[in-house]
Ligand binder design. Sequence first.
Ligand code: C2E
Ligand code: CA
Ligand code: CA
Length: 760
Amino acid sequence: MGGLLEFLQQPNVAAGAAALVLVGFVIAFLSFVRSGKARRARDEALTRERSVRHQFDAILSSARDGVLITAQTGEIVVLTDMAAQMIGVDREAALGKPLGRLPFKGVDEHMRPVLAHEAFAPGRDDARPRVIGVPGRRGEDDLRWVQVSCRTVADAVDGEPATITTIMDTTGLIEAAEALSREETQFRRAMENAPVGMALVDLEWRLMEVNRAFAELMGSTVSALKGTPFSALSHPHDLQAEREQLQRLYDGLQSRFSLEKRYVRSDGNVVWAVVDVALVRYAGGAPDHYVVQVRDSTDDRLNSELMAHRAMHDPLTGLANRTLMQDVLQRVLEQPDATQRVGVIAVDLDGFKGLNDRFGHATGDNALVHVAGVLRSATAGRGTVARIGGDEFVIVVQDTDASKALYEIAASIHAGLKRPLQVKRHQLTLHASLGVAIADEETIEGGAPGLLSAADAAMYRAKALGKSRTEVYEPSMRATSENQSALASELTEAIERGDLVLHYQPVMELATRTVVGYEALVRWQHPTRGLLLPGAFLGLLEDRKLATHLGIELVEQAAVFLTQCPSTSTWVSLNVSADQLGDSEFATSVLAAIGAHHLSPQRFVVELTEASLVAPNTRIRHELTELRNAGVPILLDDFGTGVSPLSYLRDLPVSGVKLDMSFVAGIPEDPAGARVSRALGALARELGLATIAEGIETESQAEFLARSGWRYGQGWLFGVAQPAAAVLGLGMEFTASLIEPRPQEHDNPFDLPPLRTPRT
Ligand code: C2E
Ligand code: CA
Ligand code: CA
């Protein structure tokens, strides 16, 4: 009720002004009546009196306010219809009655009963209107509110003073006021509970009102923030931009603005927020205050920074990617004294493909993450570590003494890799070949790419010299690596043209010295470089697709060779690496060739190097099983050199083993080699596998191996690998040919042992 009273007592209520005019008119009329009485019985006067009374009645009855006039005695002299209606009494009955007897049941603003002579008599303070509640037709629930103003006018009626009371119905106004305050409450409540920060800010940029979300964002409380300068919360770097925008807003150059900026929370932490500011102006256009919305954008910001980071980093290891590494290298090379202060280490893992195939990609990924950790800790903040491809890494080193730093980092990489990586029940030790190049006049001639290719050339040299080592770049390496890359680019076309051909080396039964089969070995008949051996080009088959493609080409060549062999029991073994297996394309092409050329599957043998041995359940194992189930024998090449547990040998669909020539080389002088070949032979026979010894160059080797249980053998003693035409004696002269294949029937070694059903 207090608020209501306050509202009604506000000056400048338009209805109040109208009431004053009315009171003025009433006073004028009463004085006229008085003067009329003095002149008594004058017609003219009477006529005028009547006419004025008419006007008076008309005004009073049309006025929206009611008028009540009481004589000093308390008698009601005038009560307009409007006034009677507003205070709920019968006009006729009331006129002439003393005010005290008026049947009036009003209440004050505190809902206390008020009698008529209290309500409609001047109080101590005439000027103050009072508010009276009058029950409406529906009783007390239907209370109407009127504003009552009393004024005593000296000698108003018959020279006596009278009280003029104007009564104004304020119910509508009160409802409007209530609605206004309701709206304000709603606005406040909405602001308070808004999920975004909101603030009303004065023209001095001081916070007048803030909501909870705003306070939370700033790490403070609503009460602590009220009255504080908004700029005190701003990050100092963003103050200027905010000031400029505010000025534009104030000058009317824009109606609102939006800004992403930082605030410093009360705990000192910085938050990013998007601020929307609008300037509220008065009806006349003068600025009044600002309405501000603040939305926390720290997460968005982090996300976009994360996106930017992702574009520049390898998702698996978190290391820089190739793009970032190139940027960094270019930047450091542009610095004035880059030479001798900048260097690059190219890192390439040894045998990573084999590891991936053998243990699966998850293990491969683990290994890469492990290596990333080793490289990071070896670099120890002296440069940027990047992963630029599958198992290729680059470290850009920047140090006052770059050559010393490069040496230390390389040494600590090799040392770090010595710590084995545990994969399920296996302990894997990784190795890497490292190439180091330091920025000097020659290496940085081609900018960042020049220095990178120098490091690459050194890395290739490290691979060629036996891997797991570091080589430092020197200009002569460039030629070799350029040679290599020229060859690599020619290889695809050479395969298409059929320049890669198989040569066949005979495999003998040692006891009878008869040829039982051939090992097919690939050669590249290069138009300018002559005959290239596999070691010169197989390593260039980086692309898996190309390796698979070559495998399929060679399958067809070998199948054709088999159809041309005079004996239908002669077999050919084709080498295949893990790179060429896994998607069943190789197996499919082998089976297709066997079908197309009507071959017995036992004549088509597949040699798999022991290093390519695969863990059970991988796709390669599946492909091998597919072949084996179709009757294609599988040989394990380079037997004795691998690290695979013997259980693999038992579990894989293998029909025979080929003893690695390193054991053969020392026979019979080297007792260790002799012992090992004997033991391996015994083991293979124990497992029911066919036994073939390789690299037999002397008669004594052949004899020793035969005695040690190796049933078959191949090597220069019996013949080198020759083109198909030479082997088959199709009219070509080969002086190096040491063998004369005889068309002679013998047992196919792979009839024994019978095919074993592989375990799954
Ligand atoms: P490998 O399968 O162990 O082949 C035996 C290698 O020893 C051949 O070298 C062969 O020419 C050589 N050799 C044969 N007899 C003697 C000897 O009495 N003494 C000595 N010291 N060496 C002898 P090549 O042809 O250079 O092949 C090297 C390797 O390339 C092969 O080793 C095989 O792993 C791989 N390879 C050859 N042809 C193919 C192929 O068609 N596909 C795949 N994936 N790999 C192949
Ligand atoms: Ca082989
Ligand atoms: Ca071999």
